[in-house]
Design a protein around this ligand. Sequence first.
Ligand SMILES: Nc1ncnc2c1ncn2[C@@H]1O[C@H](COP(=O)(O)OP(=O)(O)OP(=O)(O)O)[C@@H](O)[C@H]1O
Length: 304
Amino acid sequence: MIEVLNLSKRYGSTVAVDDLSFTVRPGQVTGFLGPNGAGKSTTMRMMLDLDRPTSGQVLVDGTPYRRLSEPLRRVGALLEARAVHPGRSAYHHLLWLAQSNRIPKARVWEVLELVGLTSVAKKRVRGFSLGMGQRLGIAAALLGDPPVLLFDEPVNGLDPEGVLWIRHLMKGLAARGRTVFVSSHLMSEMALTAAHLIVIGRGRLLADTTVDDFVATHARSYVRVRTPEPERMRDALTAAGIPVRQAADGALEAHGAQAPRIGELAAANGLTVHEVSTQSATLEEAFMRLTGDTVEYRAVGGQR
Ligand SMILES: Nc1ncnc2c1ncn2[C@@H]1O[C@H](COP(=O)(O)OP(=O)(O)OP(=O)(O)O)[C@@H](O)[C@H]1O
């Protein structure tokens, strides 16, 4: 379990993390979301004592990180910019980490196998692709078989097979009772991986809830209708009290009614329809709606 307690971090006049409190529980994958600059990496660094809080604290299974003995056995972490000596091999990098935490040598080969790097274990890290570097970082996180795991953008640089692998890995770890906390900008992937979400914006907590609740609360499903007579269809929907708007491609979007009702209305009015499809609410849409006002960097004229 990870407890974040009234955590704040200032860099000069920038408030990176602002009185943040939440708990990450074992047995499920918890996603950590927020726009660029929201304070996710800063929060994760403070969880690992790589950055000192201005105020507040983080407890890992009841203890601050700096007081953990053999920390790799308690918390495994993949942070975005992981420092690996480029002249070292993957094997020697992991061996060096293992020895500092009294982890047996055999475990090094085990994690190399687990992340699929056995065949390049003795090659220098300098020649590694982005994806191989990610796998090595994940191997390091798993080395001490810790109960708590933090991953900052773990699918960064991974190909589709790698993305699928990490999804199964994280879910598997959670299913075996681990605490798994993972940040990502890939909403579709997060929707498939996480059960719970912590969402922050400008360093503040915006949501602490299940993925299903989050989507249901912040995004709405609607029915998309294409017809050669959009004006008549719009009138029929409006007369039935169903709010409707027109999409950029000319299709109608009917809100607050199910597809069968729309089909029945079309039939009752003698309207031809070419499409009546339910558009399910997505995590991405919910995220955009909730965090829209907290986005720090946005392209001029950018569409949301
Ligand atoms: N070492 C630092 N010195 C000064 N400001 C910093 C430092 N680290 C982070 N910040 C600032 O703190 C804020 C939060 O940054 P942070 O990297 O934690 O956000 P993030 O949510 O991880 O963003 P991203 O999604 O882009 O990785 C930003 O405004 C950033 O510019």
